[in-house]
Unconditional design. Structure first.
Lengths: 357, 576
């Protein structure tokens, strides 16, 4: 057991004299199971019982797996317990646990528990080894000719470095390049345009201005969203989702530039938070504040959606709306600024700020 | 073909050249010999079979992480049999009534199928998720144990770095995993990551388009995360784990101070049989417990959230616990965003998201080297520090935990607000201050507590253990009798070094000649004083002897007194 100890280096800095000398490893005290025949037999029986129980549980689990229908369930308080899942899991879990508990019990009660001392070995190589390696390395370098013909190493390094570039370049097509023209067609554009009707989420019903309740949030989408499917649908919805809110026209401040963006106090904002893009949906009726449930950015819908609390850096974009001749809400244009979270190339000078006219 | 002219009876080929068997059990002798002929197993066994491991409960923490990783591999393989990493739109027609007819991604539908239609599928899914949470938690607590006991010191710095790599990989792995089902919660998490990636100055939009294959959410991110989750990161984790354990084997395990434990030995039990039974058994315990958790404790019921819908979110959305502190930082930071020219710099997302994570992992990675530089300690350490004996390190650690914990709490500021009927805004503002002040207070308090514990140790060494016996002396005064502590305990309490702070010494002497081994700047000396300067000197041998003599005199003073010869008669048992 004890390895080569002669090479073990003492601490470089001498240790101060220990105030109390090391008495050496404690004397081994026998356990109950060592001294008491009956305790020893009991531990032995317990271990075998645990090991014996495990296959029984495992077989029971197999029976449950095939015999219990997966649809069987019962109510326990407010929880639905699925019998197949719970019973199978309990039996398998206990079967595994039995092996573990049995083994640890064996180790602690039956196996010898005398502590053993093992010397540590020197981690560093011996000075001779280091010398030999240095010599071998020097010899190898010499034989390779790299010492005399310097360009060998330089050109190899250059080749290795350059040959790594093609594979890297292949990553350049992981996605479309977000150059200005691409951005204009993707993240800076939504389905909204002049004449696109505002429809209710899910049911796609056009919304009459007269049916928008006071101080209540209405979730809405552009009518042309229903033509899309799959990824296109999700991408469009992630930008076009809006909320409609009707507030007392006397309570809201409408800047000069947005005078014709609302219909008698009905305003329409992007539902996508300007922070990291969660849908903003917690509305406080008394104050007209809209709170994002993810990071609690708070926007004042009575004041063009400016940020009044939280980590969002910009106002919620407002969608200019009007009504058609039948009184249905319809968009006047796309959003005037990109919706959703900020990105580096975003020109955020056009966003509404407190005090803008 | 030429025939040999003759054969010699003593040709070497007729000799038995097989090496002597390593004398294993009779039944296994043959296959073992077969293997040893080819692999030289006996040599490995000779070095490793009776390798000694020290015993301590805190050494189990890393084991829990290792075993839950194995559970993750086993359950993960089962899940890949059924999971379809596709964002193609399908209409659900499975057995969960409430979602029938609803369009969703194939990823979400296959997750529902695993949960409802694959026998045992829900169990395996839940075991996988619980094991993942346990994996990261055990790794984190294991790292704290290594930190507070100074196990990262020479020669184990590289293994500490591997550990940091493992911990950061584990969080990435966990995040990639819980993003896969494409339910409302995981989709909201991905939306957050999209915002986080976008916020990187200069390259954010490019990174977003490259990760998502275009605009969020697209069709590529889940297949890509699937590759990351089941191939890339697990491969890295496996390699790092092998290196981690390989280095533990090479260095041999550290041990806590105690009688007979020196810097040059390791005291414990042999690998075979004790540690094979203990560690192997512990694997089955961890496995069994995670299976029982999967069977009885619901986790991530994705069918209740519904498929991902970019216009919906549930209030109180939370990431898995190990992302909570980043979430908290994102929530409480003021809205610092620059709008310069035609560009937007989202510091309020980039700093707490990317910056803070980078700071944590860089700080952790550099710590061993910074501490060694401050203390000037170049020795090997195989005996662990008791945290109280390294008060500044311990205080730094607790300050770090406090900071992390406050950020983590801030990640649930909405839940704190609703449960304790507090103002959300007030909690947020409080946290903005607390994440800076809290760690400082924790540092000061912890260092004092450490010093007090050192003082108590010194007290115990000098005056012994409180016996709980109150003695009335002939004058009527009361005092508590102390019993001397064992030499074993006394040694354990006094074996530690108390290194002195570095002294300032210029690199060159007054003639401008470089001096060997010098070059401690004033700054480094000040840091060193700050780090090592506060401590309670441990009692010297002389002090201990004097104290024991003193105690003996008191004892002697009592003894001749006939009336009080058996002073236990009028002793008051003060034990509770």
């Amino acid at each position: 057991m004890s390895l080569d100890t002669t090479r073990h280096a003492p601490d470089p800095a001498p240790r101060e004299v220990a105030p109390i000398p090391d008495p050496g490893v404690e004397e081994h005290l026998p356990r109950y199971t060592d001294t008491d025949e009956r305790a020893g037999r009991r531990a032995y029986r317990q271990i075998v019982a645990l090991y014996g129980l495990s296959p029984l549980l495992a077989i029971a689990a197999i029976v449950v797996y095939f015999a219990v229908p997966t649809t069987l369930s019962f109510e326990l308080g407010s929880e639905t317990i699925r019998v197949h899942h719970a019973l199978f899991g309990l039996l398998v879990g206990l079967a595994i646990l039995c092996i573990g508990v049995g083994s640890v019990h064996w180790a602690k009660t039956v196996m010898a528990d005398t502590e053993v001392v093992e010397e540590r070995h020197e981690l560093a190589s011996s000075p001779q080894d280091r010398e030999i390696v240095a010599e071998q390395f020097a010899a190898g370098t010499e034989e390779s000719g790299i010492g005399r013909r310097k360009l060998l190493g330089v050109s190899l390094a250059g080749a290795l470095g350059t040959v790594a570039l093609p594979p890297l370049v292949m990553l350049a097509d992981m996605g479309p390049w977000p150059i200005a023209s691409t951005r204009k067609e993707t993240i800076e554009k939504t389905l909204w345009a002049e004449g696109v009707y505002l429809v209710t989420d899910v049911t796609y019903r056009r919304i009459r201005a007269s049916e928008v309740p006071l101080n209540e949030l209405v979730n809405a989408q552009p009518e042309n969203l229903q033509d899309l499917h799959g990824a296109e649908f999700q991408q469009a919805k992630a930008k076009a989702s809006i909320i409609i809110v009707r507030m007392d026209p006397n309570r809201i401040q409408v800047p000069e530039s947005r005078r014709d963006w609302n219909v008698g106090g009905i305003q329409c904002y992007s539902k996508i938070c300007t922070h990291v893009g969660c849908p903003v949906n917690l509305f406080e009726r008394q104050t007209g504040h809209l709170l994002c449930p993810c990071h609690q950015s708070t926007f004042d819908l009575g004041n063009s959606g400016v940020v009044i609390f939280g980590p969002a850096g910009r106002s919620l974009p407002q969608l200019p709306i009007t009504t058609d001749q039948d009184g249905y809400l319809v968009a006047r244009s796309d959003f005037t600024v990109p919706v959703g979270p900020s990105y580096f190339e975003r020109d955020s000078t056009g966003d509404y700020e407190e005090g803008d006219r | 073909m030429a025939k040999p002219a003759a054969t010699s009876a003593d040709a070497p080929v007729l000799d038995d050249l097989r090496p002597p068997a390593p004398s294993p059990g009779r039944g296994a002798a043959k296959p073992l010999r077969w293997l040893d002929d080819r692999l030289g197993l006996a040599r490995v066994g000779r070095a490793g079979l009776r390798k000694v491991f020290p015993d301590h409960w805190s050494f189990l923490l890393g084991e829990i992480a290792l075993y839950s990783f194995i559970v993750l591999l086993l359950t993960g393989v089962f899940l890949t049999i059924w999971f379809k990493p596709s964002m193609a739109e399908v209409e659900y027609q499975g057995s969960y009534q409430l979602l029938r007819g609803i369009p969703m991604s194939e990823a979400y539908m296959s997750t529902l199928d695993i949960s409802f239609d694959v026998r045992g599928g829900l169990l395996v899914r839940q075991v996988h998720h619980w094991a993942a949470i346990l994996f990261v938690a055990a790794a984190a607590v294991h790292m704290l144990r290594v930190f507070f006991t100074g196990a990262f010191r020479k020669p184990r710095e590289i293994n500490w770095l591997i550990g940091i790599g493992l911990f950061s990989m584990a969080t990435v792995e966990g995040f990639a995993g819980y993003s896969l089902p494409d339910d409302l919660l995981s989709g909201t998490g991905l939306r957050f990551v999209d915002g986080l990636i976008r916020s990187i100055p200069l390259i954010g939009t490019w990174a977003e388009f490259f990760v998502f294959g275009g605009e969020f959410p697209g069709t590529l991110v889940i297949p890509r995360l699937y590759m990351v989750h089941i191939l890339l990161v697990p491969g890295l984790l496996l390699g790092l784990i092998a290196a981690h354990i390989g280095l533990v084997t090479y260095h041999k395990h550290t041990q806590y101070p105690g009688p007979g434990r020196t810097n040059g030995n390791v005291v414990g039990y042999p690998l075979f049989p004790v540690y094979m039974a203990k560690a192997g058994g512990f694997f089955f315990i961890v496995f069994g417990v995670t299976v029982l958790m999967g069977a009885t404790m619901q986790i991530n019921p994705v069918w209740m959230y519904g498929p991902y819908n970019p216009s919906q979110v549930t209030a109180g959305s939370q990431p898995d616990w190990y992302m909570g502190w980043v979430e908290g930082a994102i929530r409480i930071i003021p809205n610092w965003e620059w709008h310069v020219g035609g560009t937007t710099w989202s510091w309020q997302i980039f700093l707490p998201g990317v910056g803070l994570m980078g700071l944590l992992f860089t700080g952790l990675a550099l710590y061993p080297f910074v501490e060694a530089w401050i203390t000037g300690d170049r020795r090997e350490h195989h005996i662990l520090d008791r945290p109280r004996n390294a008060p500044t390190r311990t205080a730094l650690g607790v300050a770090g935990i406090t900071c992390y914990g406050l950020f983590w709490l801030a990640g649930g500021n909405d839940i704190l607000a609703t449960h304790f009927h507090l103002s959300l805004n007030a909690i947020t503002v409080f946290m903005r201050v607390a994440v800076f002040v809290g760690p400082v207070l924790a540092f000061l308090a912890t260092r004092r507590i450490c010093l007090s514990l050192q003082r108590r140790d010194a007290e115990r060494v000098l005056h012994g253990a409180e016996s709980g016996v109150i003695v009335r002396d002939p004058q009527g005064g009361y005092s508590e009798a102390h019993e001397p502590i064992s030499q074993e305990e006394g040694f354990t309490l006094t074996q530690h070094d108390q290194p002195l702070p570095l002294e300032e010494s210029p690199a060159t002497d007054e003639r401008g000649v470089r001096r060997r081994g010098a070059g401690v700047t004033g700054f480094r000396a000040r840091l060193s004083r700050w780090f090592l300067g506060t401590r309670i000197p441990k009692p010297t041998r002389g002090e201990i002897e004097a104290a024991h003599e003193h105690a003996g005199q008191i004892e002697a003073a009592h003894e001749p007194d006939a009336a009080a010869s058996d002073h236990r008669d009028d002793a008051v048992d003060a034990r509770p």
